[in-house]
Ligand binder design. Sequence first.
Ligand code: ZN
Length: 192
Amino acid sequence: MSARPPGFRLGKVLATSFTGTLTERRGDPVERIPTPQRLIDWLAVNGLAVESCTTAQLERARELRESIHAAATATAIQDPLPAPAVQVINDCSIQGRAAAVLTPERNRQWQLSSASRVEDALSVIAADAISIIAGERDGKLALCASPTCRAAFFDTSQSRTRRWCDMNTCGNRQKKARFNANQRTTADGKAG
Ligand SMILES: [Zn+2]
């Protein structure tokens, strides 16, 4: 029986969905794009379909991912941007040849210069990261409150008080932990 690869956590923001392909960074990290095929799958789900991906392209993608994570984290805690991360983000942005195209249904789609150009897809992700780190979009970068996660996410809530990268995973786990702690307190109370 072959183990199924870990599923994807998909958010509304391309760049932070991409950094979310490595989760539990401060705990037991889960690599969600362990193979070139899984990067192909992730890109397809995010409207950036490519036909092939080499190991070198996967490595480049992970390098971009970690650079976005570093720059987004620095932004969330108001630290200066790490220069090597900025360099990788900019290089990836420059090296791509993707074009935005409009569909008759008024959707924007990305057209890559060729089906084997992972670099084009990465440039779209890099440009998305640039727009949120530069503060161009309505929202704020923040870090997940889960101590084993600390993922950078883009908070678009009106009050800008979102605490978790993902309500269904980190948020839920926190709620359950609090519930269990309460249960224990109640049980202890009864025993004593
Ligand atoms: Zn989280």
